[in-house]
Design a protein around this ligand. Structure first.
Ligand code: 5IU
Length: 278
C-alpha cells in the first residue's frame, strides 16, 4: 500500500496527474513534507514569510482573502519566490457552491485564483459536479492564459484539486460516510483530484495513490480556544500515514520562523523515514 512506499516510488505511478507527480518528486528531492499555512495579512508579510520558510517547504498554503492588499504585486511576488525556492502554492479556498458559481469564483474577481494557485480545495457537500466544474474551468483558464502550461499536454492539467474529506476542528460535521464519498469520487476523477485534506491517509486499495495533507499540527498535541485540535508530526505522518503536514501558528508565532520551519521539516521527515523503513 502507499504507506510503505517512498515519495519517490509513488511519483512514478503513471496514473498520477502531472501536478501530483511533480509534488511527490519535489518532496522526495527537497526532503520535506512540510506545508506552511501563510495566515498573514499583507503582501509584504506574505512574501517575507515565503522567503524565510521557502527552503524548508514543499507547499505554501494561502488564504488570499485575508491579505488586505492582495493584488498583482502579491501574485508576481508569489510566482517569483515559489519558482526560485521550488514550492507549490495551495489556495485554501474551500469551494462549496454549485458548479456554475464556483467556476466564476475560481477564475474571476480580484483573486482570480486559477491564475496563480496550482492547488485548490473543495468540499463535496454540494455534490460531485464540483469536480468537473473546477477541472473544466482550470483547463479553459490554462489554455487562455498560459500556453506554456498547455504545452505540458492534454488533460490531465497542471492544476489539481484536493477534496475536503475531514477537518481538524472539534465537533465538525464531516461523517465517515461523507469521507468515503470523497474517496469514491476521487477515484472517479483521478485526472484532476490529487488527494485530500484529511486527518489520515484514505488510501485503501493497492492502486490508491492520493496525496493527503493534514492541518492541525504542532510539536505537541493540544488545541486553541476556537476548536482547533493539534496532533504531532509523528502521529500525523508516522501513525495516520498522511503525506504532508500543514503548520500555521506553530511556525508563524515562533520568534524565529526559519528555525521553526527547519524543526517541523525535520520532525515530519523523520516520521516519514521511520514509517517507510518499518
Ligand atoms: N485548516 C485547519 N483545519 C482544517 C482545514 C483547514 O486548521 O481542517 I480543511 C486551516 C486553517 C488554518 C490552518 O489556515 O489550516 C491551520 O493553522 P494553525 O496551524 O495555525 O492552527
Amino acid at each position: 500500500s502507499s504507506s510503505s512506499k517512498t515519495y519517490g516510488e509513488r511519483s512514478e505511478d503513471p496514473d498520477l496527474t502531472p501536478l501530483a507527480q511533480y509534488l511527490l518528486r519535489l518532496i522526495h528531492l527537497k526532503q520535506t513534507n512540510l506545508c506552511v499555512s501563510a495566515d498573514v495579512h499583507t503582501t509584504l508579510e506574505l512574501l517575507q514569510l515565503a522567503e524565510d520558510v521557502g527552503d524548508y517547504i514543499c507547499v505554501l498554503k494561502t488564504h488570499a482573502d485575508i491579505i488586505d492588499d492582495f493584488g498583482d504585486k502579491t501574485i508576481r511576488g508569489l510566482n517569483e519566490v515559489s519558482r526560485r525556492k521550488k514550492f507549490l502554492i495551495f489556495e485554501d479556498r474551500k469551494f462549496g457552491d454549485i458548479g456554475s458559481t464556483l467556476q466564476h469564483q475560481y477564475t474571476r474577481g480580484p483573486l482570480a485564483i486559477v491564475k496563480w494557485a496550482s492547488i485548490v480545495n473543495a468540499a463535496l457537500f454540494p455534490g460531485p459536479a464540483v469536480i468537473p466544474a473546477l477541472a473544466d474551468a482550470a483547463r479553459r483558464a490554462i489554455l487562455a492564459h498560459n500556453t506554456s502550461m498547455a504545452e505540458l499536454g492534454p488533460p490531465p492539467y497542471f492544476r489539481a484539486l484536493l477534496l475536503l474529506a475531514q477537518m481538524s476542528s472539534a465537533g465538525n460535521l464531516f461523517t465517515p460516510e461523507y469521507t468515503q464519498q470523497c474517496l469514491h469520487h476521487a477515484r472517479q476523477n483521478k485526472n484532476f483530484v490529487m488527494g485530500f485534506i484529511a486527518q489520515q491517509s484514505l488510501n485503501k486499495e493497492a492502486d490508491d495513490n492520493f496525496i493527503t495533507m493534514t492541518p492541525g499540527v504542532q510539536l505537541s498535541a493540544g488545541g486553541d480556544s476556537m476548536g482547533q485540535q493539534y496532533n504531532t508530526p509523528q502521529k500525523v505522518i508516522g501513525e495516520q500515514c498522511s503525506d504532508i503536514i500543514i503548520v500555521g501558528r506553530g511556525i508563524l508565532a515562533a520568534r524565529d520562523r526559519r528555525r521553526a520551519a527547519h524543526e517541523y521539516r525535520k520532525q515530519g521527515w523523520l516520521a516519514y523515514q521511520e514509517r517507510v523503513r518499518s
